[in-house]
Design a protein around this ligand. Structure first.
Ligand SMILES: [Zn+2]
Ligand SMILES: [Zn+2]
Length: 361
């Protein structure tokens, strides 16, 4: 004798085409017992939806997508009935629940369900009744100026714990130093209500260098932002660092961006130097810089323009217009770079000040 399989209206609609349902008593639609397949999961969607609405209310979004985690036994019973009654080509239970949830979320939040690049993705888990939300990152382009020395460009890992987090670093994993990265990150974190920001630098400088002119360009990736619709002003003053040309990007920039720098370098020489000797530097105009260190395999870099001025017996200023990515201190001091200022002048040189006047992309 055939056992009866009580089905809820959702599962019945899904499994049993109308023409068959009429005369088929195997699916007991008048039963008051729980649905054989889904155990009346559709009746419990409201409490899950309540949870979802509460979580999504913290997020700015126009589009969403969702994924479901369901106990395996549900899907097994679904498959069992389908194979037993040779039912083919119908949507599965997961799909059916997703659709039901999506319909309600669309209505309530006035948003749209999309499969590609949704603003937020809802991971709904019926095993533990949880709902997790991931939001699409925001990309921002901008430039920064550094108006005083002694601010490093990047955050540094805590020396005591190597970034793991300890009492020394207040469990941040970071050295407590002022940095451009720290300032930009906290600005975007606050702005977009995000917990993490990654910055892609276009070139770098050490903490003693100023960044003047139009500033150094950067790309910021703001991860899991809650407030994606916040208005971003073109410029922002973060005290010792200022930001300009800020704009949200619709797509993530790919690869590295070539750039050129205008720099002003103050050089101290070991032995006194004459204006006549400095004239040797003129040959550097349009010269190619070759990095002879074995591990470096980079594209050729060039010096486009060079100006120099003697400041004192053992000091001169060097203004350069160069390709980005040349290690400029090494270019002044003795190193694997050829040509090299110290070698060219036959006088050991030391870079005492290096400021970026402009960076061109
Ligand atoms: Zn059901
Ligand atoms: Zn630490």
């Amino acid at each position: 004798m055939e056992k009866n399989y009580p089905l809820c209206k959702h599962c019945e609609r899904r499994l049993v085409p109308k023409s068959i349902a009429k005369n088929n008593s195997k699916f007991n639609k008048f039963s008051k017992s729980k649905c054989y397949i889904c155990k009346d999961i559709f009746e419990t969607l409201d409490s899950m939806l309540f949870n979802i609405y509460e979580k999504t209310s913290n997020f700015d979004f126009k589009t969403f997508n969702l994924g479901l985690t369901l106990k395996h036994s549900y899907l097994e019973r679904d498959d069992y009935l389908k194979s037993k009654f040779k039912i083919k080509g119908i949507e599965n239970l997961k799909f059916s629940i997703s659709n039901e949830l999506a319909k309600k979320i669309v209505k309530k939040t006035k948003s749209k369900k999309v499969s590609d690049h949704p603003d937020i993705f809802l991971q709904i888990n019926f095993k533990d009744e949880s709902c997790k939300i991931r939001s699409k990152p925001i990309f921002v382009y901008g430039r920064y100026n550094k108006k005083i020395r002694k601010i490093s460009q990047k955050l540094k890992s805590c020396e005591k714990c190597n970034g793991i987090g300890c009492h020394n670093c207040n469990f941040t994993g970071l050295e407590n130093i002022e940095s451009v990265e720290g300032k930009i990150s906290s600005f975007f974190k606050k702005k977009f209500d995000s917990a993490q920001v990654q910055i892609n630098w276009i070139g770098g400088e050490d903490q003693s260098s100023l960044v003047l002119g139009n500033g150094r360009p950067f790309f910021a990736k703001i991860l899991n932002p809650k407030k994606r619709n916040r208005f971003l002003q073109k410029s922002s003053n973060l005290d010792t660092v200022s930001l300009s040309e800020l704009r949200k990007l619709s797509v993530q920039p790919k690869g590295s961006v070539p750039f050129k720098s205008e720099v002003s370098i103050t050089v101290d020489t070991k032995n006194s130097i004459s204006s006549h000797t400095l004239k040797k530097l003129s040959i550097l105009k349009n010269a190619e810089i070759i990095n002879n260190s074995k591990d470096k395999k980079n594209t050729p870099k060039r010096i486009y323009d060079i100006h120099y001025k003697k400041l004192g017996k053992t000091t001169f200023v060097l203004d350069l217009f160069v390709d980005g990515g040349i290690p400029l201190k090494s270019f002044i001091q003795n190193s694997d770079l050829t040509p090299n200022i110290s070698e060219l002048l036959e006088n050991p040189c030391l870079c005492t000040k290096l400021d970026f006047k402009n960076i061109i992309v």
